[in-house]
Design a binder for this molecule. Sequence first.
Ligand code: HEM
Length: 175
Amino acid sequence: QRNAQQKIDRVVGCRKISLSDRVLLPYTEADYSGNFATSSITPLGVPHQMLADTVFQGYFLPKGATVVTNAYGIHHDPKIWGNDVNEFRPERFLSDDKKRVIRHYALIPFSVGRRSCIGEGFARDVIFLFLASILQKFNIKPDPDCPIVDIKPMSGVALEPKPFNFVLNLREKNQ
Ligand code: HEM
């Protein structure tokens, strides 16, 4: 939160945030990339059907078989992400100099290939504007009356957290 806010203060100041700021605000994008990975809001892809017999990485997939991407499994695989896979660590998605966002090959919240999510660009734009605008104006803190948030998701087609409270404080300049 702090890193993203410092960058927003420097690059945007008080004016309204626009999509052209995205490339200049890598921490904000890295934050929601980290969220995509740890939360895996769409844990499974849409079922697809094999058009032909195929051998993929040693597995035989017969024509007509239904295949479903397990994005949750990929996003929580320690062989890909290391042993701290369940930790929210947005720096994974930043270059060493912290100036660029890295699109990690295994971060696939919108799936990949010809039938990947058609709304990806729109969704990324909206999430960026929403998150950056909130961080610009507010500090986000846990609710002091109920500070422990159970982040284990409720299962469903899309994963969502159990209801929780948080506090938004209007930011004073540079705080
Ligand atoms: C955070 C937001 C979103 C996530 C994580 C998401 C994720 C996904 C995933 C995983 C798929 C399955 C891709 C596959 O079958 O391999 C999908 C498909 C699709 N999504 Fe999204 N989506 C999001 C937002 C949107 C929005 C905003 C729209 C429309 C404006 C949209 C429209 C579609 C459509 C039409 C498909 C089917 C594409 C096809 O079968 O060719 N999605 N999405």
